[in-house]
Design a protein around this ligand. Structure first.
Ligand SMILES: CC(=O)N[C@H]1[C@@H](OP(=O)(O)O)O[C@H](CO)[C@@H](O)[C@@H]1O
Ligand SMILES: [Mg+2]
Length: 559
């Protein structure tokens, strides 16, 4: 790095001293903390984004959000050129940057890294970064810090895309790097036209009349509600009412949102018995998670939760149906048996895994964190991944989409191809509707709505696909959570020695018992998950494992 670059970096870096005594780590959600201590981190992530853009010679995204966390928190993460998460081999450098104690150390770290990664500064190809933020009040000033970080790298340019959902940012980065138009209006246009296409292809239109056309959405008082207000005006055949849109004065994620609904299994604020029987959905604070629910008619605050596992099952069923139609083309010249796979984590309810296998699907497990699921799903022609908490999407391989295109052409020239042709058109519309970069609550919601109409199903019929096994999740505070090391997609604890044997002894006591422990990537706790044939058994198995964790790892307190 030349002197001009060094001195610019030094000058700006001194304006953003790191908070003393804070150590941050770039986890599954990027950096996340109380917003008041994040100025220096976001500034440094601005630098990171610019370097990543120079290295990949592509547009990079920088998103300021703390998703489902409380409104006083914030966070920052990077979208890589593909629209996916930051490449894992850059995470250690992200940690080093964030934790560098002073400007001099920071500049020498950057200088060494630039050399090691052979990053070149070419004035003809400057770093380009798209910036976005959620609705948090701290977002505006953190965005300024990110801009300063970017302009600390001579020549780098940033484009402020305004308030966005996280998936919109990932979608824009992906589109820009594919040379496509990538504004918010193009995003809406793509969602609306592919949704319209799926609605036009519904086989038995009378199905639609039998199901409730109204959907009530809990917007978590965040950005998702705002964007949905825009989308809903242009929908045919679907009436969306947004509650907790943020305009009514409610607080982001407080008693509302997908994370709250999925964990607590109670109605979010603003919902009550007047919504009984109507299909309801909930988004999280940055609209990358989606769950559905129904309010029971008996005035209870408990809900019937339709979680990410069931969204995955609905998607899998629909796609499998379309593929089967296409595979049944007895006269076709250009036939192909697509590999359809489902990717879940160990938290997926065992009943969902059994259901997916009963459909003849290949199901694989990945460690917690969408980057791991995404990677595995990308290995299929069509890979569907979901975490139980509602984050997921469907990935279509380029190879499959090329085949689909040529098959559609073949079918359009044949007179008897209409059913087959419709199946091909539906799959093509799904590939455009569903976000190919990350899980996206808005596009996921439109796909769920189109499929329910296709099937002629109410939320109750959908929910009855299978019955969840009773489960329990606990968290246990320990002295050092890194003492637990897991293997086999987190289903087995290989450290500390002897702990898995103790866990196995407990599991063996319960019919259909399944249980595991793992260190959380986002909180300082060990998580315990247990599943069994009754709720009492699941609770008791989870408690036994929590005791084992205490015994092996030193107790502080558990909840
Ligand atoms: C059990 C659970 O829900 N874990 C969540 C949570 O991760 P932990 O590593 O379990 O803290 O936050 C992640 C980021 O939002 C999300 O991807 C994941 O599913
Ligand atoms: Mg989120």
């Amino acid at each position: 790095m030349d002197d001009e670059r060094r001195s610019l970096l030094l000058k700006f870096s001194t304006l953003f001293p790191p908070p003393p005594g804070v150590k941050l780590s770039y986890g599954t959600a990027g950096f996340r903390a109380d917003a008041s201590i994040l100025q220096s981190t976001v500034y440094r992530v601005g630098i990171l984004a610019a370097l990543r853009s120079l290295k990949t010679k592509s547009v990079i995204g920088l998103m300021i959000t703390a998703s489902h966390n409380k409104v006083s928190d914030n966070g920052v993460k990077i979208a890589d050129p593909s629209g996916g998460m930051l490449s894992q081999d850059w995470e250690p450098f992200a940690d080093q940057l964030a934790n560098a104690p002073d400007p001099e150390t920071l500049v020498s770290l950057i200088s060494e890294f630039v050399k090691k990664e052979k990053i070149t500064f070419d004035r003809a190809h400057p770093a380009e970064i798209l910036l976005g933020r959620d609705t948090r009040p701290s977002g505006e000033s953190l965005l300024e810090a990110a801009k300063k970080g970017i302009s600390s790298i001579v020549g780098a340019v940033s484009y402020d895309m305004g308030i966005l959902t996280t998936p919109q940012m990932h979608w824009m980065v992906r589109a820009r790097n594919k040379g496509l138009k990538a504004t918010e209006s193009e995003y809406f246009e793509q969602l609306l036209s592919s949704f319209g296409c799926l609605m036009d292809l519904i086989p038995n239109k009378s199905n639609i009349n039998e199901i409730e056309d109204r959907l009530i959405v809990d917007g978590a008082n965040g950005v998702g509600g705002e964007k949905l207000e825009v989308i809903k005006k242009n929908l045919n055949g679907l009436v969306i009412e947004v509650l907790n849109s943020g305009k009514e004065g409610g607080v982001l994620n407080e008693g509302v949102g997908a994370d709250f609904v999925q964990k607590e299994k109670v109605v979010p604020h603003g919902f009550g018995s007047n919504h009984a029987g109507i299909r309801c959905a909930s988004l999280d604070g940055d609209a990358d998670r989606l769950v559905y629910f129904a309010v029971p008619p008996n005035n209870s605050s408990k809900i019937d939760l339709v979680d990410g596992d069931k969204i995955l099952s609905l998607f899998a069923l629909f796609i499998k149906e379309q593929l089967s139609i296409l595979e049944g083309d007895a006269k076709g010249k250009n036939n192909y048996r697509a590999r359809l796979g489902a990717v879940q984590t160990a938290y997926a309810n065992g009943a969902s895994t059994a259901y997916l296998r009963s459909l003849g699907l290949e199901v694989v497990l990945a460690p917690t964190g969408v980057k791991y699921l995404h990677e595995k799903a990308a290995q299929y022609d069509i890979g569907i991944y979901f975490e139980a908490n509602g984050h997921g999407t469907i990935l279509f391989s380029e190879h499959f989409l090329c085949w689909l295109e040529s098959k559609s052409q073949e079918l359009s020239s044949s007179s008897e191809g209409s059913e087959l042709q419709k199946a091909a058109l539906r799959l093509s519309a799904v590939s455009k509707l569903i976000n190919q970069a990350v899980g996206d609550a808005l596009s996921g919601l439109l796909l769920v709505e189109a499929i329910l109409r296709h099937m002629g199903w109410s939320i109750h019929q959908w929910n009855a696909l299978y019955e969840d096994l009773p489960s329990r999740q606990l968290k246990v505070k320990v002295v050092d959570r890194t003492a637990v090391v897991t293997a086999n997609a987190e289903t087995v604890a290989v450290k500390p020695p002897g702990i898995q044997e103790a866990i196995n002894v407990e599991i063996a006591k319960y019919p259909h018992g399944r249980s595991f422990i793992r260190p959380s990537g986002t909180e300082d706790v060990i998580r315990v998950y247990a599943e069994a044939s009754t709720q009492e058994a699941a609770d008791s198995l989870a408690n036994s494992l929590a005791e084992i964790v205490d015994r092996f790892l030193g107790f502080r307190s558990s909840q």
